[in-house]
Design a protein around this ligand. Structure first.
Ligand code: MG
Length: 254
């Protein structure tokens, strides 16, 4: 008993840390000099800053190359309708070439310990999207990063394929906001990754997710007041363009 009492502060600390909100850099930590959204440098910045995870978006060309980019187009080229040779080498605003998922994962494997939050963009052609799911899963396997990936998507069919095809235990979150915790649980999702306004409309969803053994992520939260609201609700992850602002609000940084 005496021993247990000695360990209680440690146990309490562990529980507190376990329950703490985690920082996810939105499109990488790109708000640093010389970086750009969804670039390799933004991934490295997120890692060096100590973010829990770094989010990025992926599109597949019609000949099967997966590129990391937020918008559907880069320099006027629509990735999902283009050939890889037309997209490869296109420059981001900071001069870095657009990364392929393969290139990004190579860097992630060698240089970072981050959780990789991979957003499958909804493709117009759902067969192509299904191929993209297969290709993405294969690339994470190739680099032995299956244990460091969280998948997120606005695509309902994409979510279902990721849940079915990713290795057992891989977390897949849905972004679109209309599904209740019970619906998400029934589908096998890991939780709700919703715009913060959805949680503000349905604050009970946070607790309901937790009761069902799921987690919650709010995006894209860039101001201190909303960050604090999310932290107070017990939201597990916050995706932000301002990782430093969020980090400074979290207890461990004091
Ligand atoms: Mg995204």
């Amino acid at each position: 008993m005496k021993r247990l009492i000695l360990f209680l502060p440690l146990i309490t600390l562990w529980l507190a840390l376990g329950a703490q909100t985690q920082v996810v850099a939105h499109r990488g930590y790109w708000k640093m000099a010389g970086s750009a959204q969804n670039s390799i440098s933004s991934l490295i910045n997120a890692n060096e800053f100590g973010c829990w995870g770094s989010e990025f978006d992926v599109w597949m060309t019609r000949d099967g190359e997966v590129f990391v980019n937020h918008d559907a187009t880069i320099n006027g080229i629509e990735i999902q309708r283009a050939l890889a040779r037309d997209v490869r080498g296109q420059k981001l605003p900071n001069g870095e070439p657009i990364p392929t998922l393969d290139q990004l994962l190579q860097v992630a494997q060698q240089s970072t310990t981050l959780q990789l939050v991979c957003e499958l963009k909804p493709h117009s052609d759902k067969q192509q999207e299904a191929q993209a799911v297969k290709k993405i899963l294969k690339l994470f396997k190739k680099y032995g990063l299956e244990h460091r990936v969280t998948y997120i998507t606005f695509s309902y069919p994409g979510m279902r394929l990721l849940i079915q095809q990713a290795p057992q235990g891989t977390e897949v979150y849905y972004l679109n906001g209309e599904l209740s915790p019970a619906d998400l649980k029934a589908l096998g999702a890991a939780g709700a990754d919703y715009h913060y306004s959805v949680f503000q409309r349905h604050p009970q969803w946070v607790g309901q997710c937790h009761q069902l053994g799921m987690k919650t992520n709010a995006w894209t939260v860039n101001d201190a007041a909303t960050m604090q609201w999310c932290i107070d609700q017990g939201i597990d992850f916050i995706t932000t363009n301002e990782p430093e602002l969020l980090q400074n609000l979290l207890p461990s940084s004091h």
